[in-house]
Structure formats: structure tokens, C-alpha cells
Design a protein around this ligand. Structure first.
Ligand SMILES: *Cc1c(COP(=O)(O)O)cnc(C)c1O
Length: 430
């Protein structure tokens, strides 16, 4: 495979951008080698600057549920851009996207649009603190909620501990009110609530974890969180930035029938443009300025291009047969991967929830961050490189979810499974 142009660009990028990228995982540090530079995306494919084509399972880390450059999205954006790129004043598209989201998610009566998932979770927690008048937040190890200071904590093992910051530059005081617990460990959360339930503003959770690889919630975990928070007068915040319109058209809250107080969204709702949102019942959302006292603002929030891409994407996703079609190809992909791994006697843990999937090189089930960390990352790195050479672009880390789109058809899945058979066989023989 010729990667000369990518190699030259990456060398130059490293002199201009920290690590050569604008978001860390893109740099391929977890898998070795170096990133491909993308020339264009078309449907299920990425084409790199050296002309190599890959079936893409990253899809910009989730947003592109209709695939790259979907004709309807492109046409709608083309129309929108002729009328200007940003107004900094209300536009009708904000109402339209808000309605589509509110119809889909059970407990949303109002939403506020922002520009990223990071902003969505950060603002959702500010809102939870404003609404409850409390300061403590509970989050889970291995759950990622963007890079806001108060959430850059994963520390603690087993029993909940006072968080230590994960990154230099995050003062200990900033995360002093952020408590962490093990994912899927309701007992740990109960213990926290016993000690300090009255001080907890919110529990924030990825209802299906997608940022430590894909780790579904165990039965009763989410229901238990709902009950604990309700009894203590704390809010339950579902970070559905990844799972919203991905695990079910109505999000994880519909799939599992658990109603959070506040929902954070991003990724799919922007259809590939920068959008985030947070929402909930009117009584909570009317705390947000200018309806209420909690301040939160954005120069580009509700941007007409971003709203247009989101509207067109959500409409496309709800067209008859689209969701079912993605799930059908997802089921074929999972069955094929499991069979190929089995044939080469490579132990893997494969899972799928709606249009998201994950695969750990591990011989025991993965239910939380400690068990995820036991997975064989070196094996994953070799698998990743073999898949890339076979024309399949996976996320360059074992601790990321995979994503499907409506553009992934029979042919793309077959190509992926052929590459996977070879990749597993290569692992078995080395
Ligand atoms: C991607 C992601 C975020 C952060 O969103 P950005 O748009 O990257 O800021 C937050 N929460 C979850 C669950 C995510 O997957």
C-alpha cells in the first residue's frame, strides 16, 4: 500500500499541530504506524490522499449515520450555504431540529443547541448544579464526556474515591466535587449515596459505554441509577452524545425505557457538522438563560448549516427501512466476525447495540474499565494494521466503538469479512 503522500503530510503536520493532529486518537499512537490523510469520503468509504480506498467504520466518530456526503445532506447544505453561513440571530432551522429531537426522545420538552458534545455535557452539569443547588457529580470510570475540566477524571478503583485529575492543567480543586465509580457497579454508587446523597447534584453516565470500547449496561444498572438519584433528589444525566440516534432511533432512554432528567446529545444530530445539545423537561430547561439564571451562550450555536445537516440526517434516518437496514448489515457483520475469529481460534468479545459495535481481544466478558483494560492491545494493533492493509478503516484504538451507516451494504460487509478472515488467520499464525 502506497502511503507516501500521507507520510509527507504527517511529517509537515507534526511541525505545525501538536502531535500532527487536532484530536489525540487520530494520531494512531495506540496502533503504531501513522495516520492516513483523507482526500474525501463517499458513502461507506474514505479515500486517502494516495488514492487508497477504505470501508470506514469510524464515520467521523459516529455522526455520519447516512454515510459520507449523502446526496440529500449535500444538497440541503448547498441550498443553505447560498443563504449565508451564520447569522448570530434566530433561524427557523433551530425550531425544526429541536422538534425532530424532542419527538424522538421521551423526556425532552426543550433543548439548547451548542457546538460540541463537550459543551453539551459541561452545560448539562452546570444546569444540574444550578437546578439542585448542590455541587457533587458522580461519573463512571472509562466513561468519556468530552474534555471539560470537571469531567477529566477516571481515577479510583473499585470503591468510589475522590477524583484525581487525569491531565496536568486540571486543578485538583476543579475536580474535588467529581466522584467516580466503576461502570455497572451499582453497589459503588449506593455507597456514595449513603455517604453524601444530599450533596449530589447529578449522576452522569454513558447509558451504553462507547469510549472504553463498547460496553453495554448490565440489567438493572440504569434502573438502579434512576431509583437512587430520584430518592436523593439528584438528577440523572444521560450522556447520549454517542448513543443518541445510534443505539435506537429514540436513544438509549427509549431502548432501555429509563427516563433521565437531562440528556446530552451531539454527533448524529449534527450530521457531520459541529453540533451538541442538552435538553430535558421544561421546569429544568427554563433555568437556562435568558429564560432563567443559568448562563450559557454560543457565537455559532444554532448555526444554520449545522442545523440543516442535522435535520436532513434525522429525516433520512427515519425514512422507511433505513434503520432496519443498518441493523441487518450490523448483524451480518457481527456474525461474520465471530465466525472468522472462531475459525482462527482467536478469543474475542463481540457486541453490538443498534448501529454501534465493539470487539475486544479478550477471553472473558468486558463489563467495566478494569476488564476492558485486560484486553490484548498489541493483538488489536496487529489486527488493525492488517485490516487497514485490507482496505478497512477501524478506529485506531481498541477502546473505541465501531459505527455503521446506511451506506454500508452487502458488498462492504463482504469485503470487511474477507479482510477480517485474513487478519485473524495472520494473528493465529504469528
Ligand atoms: C464524543 C463524545 C463526547 C464529546 O463530544 P465532542 O463533540 O467530541 O466534544 C461526549 N460524550 C460522549 C459519550 C462522546 O462519545
Amino acid at each position: 500500500m502506497n502511503l507516501q503522500t500521507s507520510e509527507r503530510l504527517f511529517a509537515e503536520a507534526r511541525t505545525l499541530l501538536p502531535g500532527g493532529v487536532n484530536s489525540p486518537v487520530r494520531a494512531f499512537r495506540a496502533v503504531g504506524g501513522q495516520p492516513i490523510f483523507v482526500e474525501r469520503g463517499e458513502g461507506a468509504y474514505l479515500v486517502d490522499v494516495d488514492g487508497n480506498r477504505y470501508v470506514d467504520y469510524v464515520l467521523s466518530w459516529g455522526p455520519l449515520i447516512l454515510g459520507h456526503a449523502h446526496p440529500d445532506v449535500v444538497a440541503a447544505l448547498h441550498n443553505a450555504i447560498l443563504r449565508g453561513t451564520s447569522y448570530g440571530a434566530p433561524c427557523p432551522q433551530e425550531i425544526e431540529l429541536a422538534k425532530l429531537i424532542i419527538q424522538a426522545m421521551p423526556n425532552l420538552e426543550m433543548v439548547r443547541f451548542v457546538n460540541s458534545g463537550t459543551e453539551a455535557t459541561m452545560s448539562a452539569l452546570r444546569l444540574a448544579r444550578a437546578y439542585t443547588g448542590r455541587s457533587k457529580i458522580v461519573k463512571f470510570e472509562g466513561n468519556y464526556h468530552g474534555h471539560a475540566d470537571l469531567l477529566l477524571v477516571q481515577a479510583g478503583s473499585g470503591v468510589a474515591t475522590l477524583g484525581l485529575p487525569d491531565s496536568p492543567g486540571v486543578p485538583a480543586a476543579t475536580v474535588a466535587d467529581t466522584l467516580t465509580a466503576r461502570y455497572n457497579d451499582l453497589g459503588a454508587v449506593e455507597a456514595i449515596f449513603e455517604r453524601m446523597g444530599g450533596e449530589i447534584a447529578a449522576v452522569i453516565v454513558e447509558p451504553v459505554a462507547g469510549n472504553m470500547g463498547l460496553v453495554p449496561p448490565q440489567p438493572n444498572f440504569l434502573a438502579g441509577l434512576r431509583k437512587l438519584t430520584q430518592e436523593a433528589g439528584s438528577l440523572l444525566v444521560f450522556d447520549e452524545v454517542m448513543t443518541g440516534f445510534r443505539v435506537h432511533p429514540g436513544g438509549a432512554q427509549t431502548l432501555f425505557d429509563i427516563i433521565p432528567d437531562i440528556t446530552a446529545l451531539g454527533k448524529v444530530i449534527g450530521g457531520g457538522l459541529p453540533v451538541g445539545a442538552y435538553g430535558g423537561p421544561r421546569a429544568i430547561m427554563e433555568m437556562v438563560a435568558p429564560a432563567g439564571p443559568m448562563y450559557q451562550a454560543g457565537t455559532l450555536s444554532g448555526n444554520p448549516l449545522a442545523m440543516t445537516a442535522g435535520i436532513t440526517t434525522l429525516r433520512g434516518l427515519s425514512a422507511p427501512g433505513v434503520w432496519k437496514g443498518i441493523e441487518r448489515q450490523g448483524a451480518r457483520l457481527m456474525a461474520g466476525l465471530a465466525a472468522a475469529a472462531e475459525e482462527s481460534k482467536i478469543p474475542v468479545q463481540i457486541s453490538r447495540v443498534g448501529t454501534m459495535f465493539g470487539m475486544f481481544f479478550a477471553d472473558r466478558p468486558v463489563t467495566d474499565w478494569p476488564t476492558a483494560k485486560r484486553a490484548d492491545t498489541q493483538r488489536f494493533a496487529r489486527f488493525f494494521q492488517a485490516m487497514l492493509a485490507g482496505g478497512v478503516y477501524l478506529a485506531p484504538s481498541q477502546f473505541e466503538a465501531g459505527f455503521l451507516s446506511s451506506a454500508h451494504g452487502e458488498r462492504e460487509i463482504d469485503q470487511t469479512l474477507a479482510a477480517a478472515s485474513e487478519a485473524f488467520a495472520g494473528l493465529a499464525s504469528s
